[in-house]
Write a protein that binds this ligand. Structure first.
Ligand code: PGA
Length: 258
């Protein structure tokens, strides 16, 4: 049984003061939902302040990116060692990073290894563009992103003692992100069931594939969240826009409760 996971990706929104305000609005509502793992991913600058407010709660903290080296002359970058002091999760390979910052599969691979090496839980994002979707090559694209993003790793050995997977995956069709045009729940579930889990099984075995949470992302709102969570292979959501509105993020999380 996979525990649902709902993560809020704040992207480049919220100053420290705004972040504090949003978190205080969210904490009571989120804490009341015990059967869901909840994660907030603010910008780096707000992480310390958010971390202080989350202390003593069951709400996790995540970053939106990291560098693959532990330290070094990489101006402007943040290392996994630095993040491991602050948070438990890290989003890797988000489509906005792939589109605007040249993050190709090999880079995603390096970042996932670095995160795992420092005990962070990667939330690895995959998804096809509109062009790829229209060309009918979604399955090929997702297959490649998973195989290359997770190449040369022995993840089957990294399953925890309670059978928990060391990472999560977010399936986010690029055409559904921030557009208000979500994928259909059936369509998203089919990609997870027919591509993501079979490839994970082939690469790392059945236990890894069946214990890894696969989230859906792309225009998740309180109105459509339950449709996704009702699908057998979708275990939660990576939420962008709606994670910036306390009541919306709480409703989405509540919809994931089992
Ligand atoms: P959205 O973003 O919910 O605003 O579509 C999702 C994401 O980018 O992770």
């Amino acid at each position: 049984m996979r525990k649902p996971l709902v993560a809020g990706n704040w992207k480049m929104y919220k100053t420290v003061a705004e972040a504090r305000h949003l978190v205080s609005e969210m904490v009571p509502g989120l804490q009341a939902i015990e059967s869901v793992e909840k994660v907030l991913c603010p910008p780096f600058t707000a992480m310390l302040a958010v971390r202080a407010l989350l202390e003593g709660t069951d709400i996790g903290l995540g970053a939106q990116n990291l560098h693959w080296e532990t330290s070094g002359a990489y101006t402007g970058e943040i290392s996994p060692l630095m993040l491991a002091e602050l948070c438990q999760y890290v989003i890797i390979g988000h489509s906005e990073r792939r589109a605007y910052f040249g993050e190709v599969d090999d880079l995603v691979n390096r970042k996932i290894r670095a995160a795992l090496m420092h005990g962070l839980i990667p939330i690895m994002c995959v998804g096809e563009t509109l062009e790829e979707f229209e060309a009918g090559i979604t399955e090929e694209v997702i297959d490649r992103q998973i195989r290359q993003g997770l190449a040369r790793m022995e993840l089957g050995d990294k399953i925890g003692q309670q059978g928990q997977s060391p990472m999560a995956i977010a399936y986010e069709p690029v055409w559904a992100i921030g557009t208000g045009k979500a994928a259909t729940a059936l369509g998203a579930n089919a990609v997870v069931a027919n591509v993501i889990r079979p490839v994970l099984t082939e690469l790392f075995g059945e236990e890894f594939a069946s214990s890894t949470r696969v989230l859906y992302g792309g225009s998740v709102k309180p109105e459509n969240a339950a449709d996704f969570f009702n699908q057998d292979d979708i275990d939660g959501a990576l939420v962008g826009g709606a994670s910036l509105i306390a009541t919306d993020f709480i409703s989405i999380t509540r919809a994931a409760a089992i």
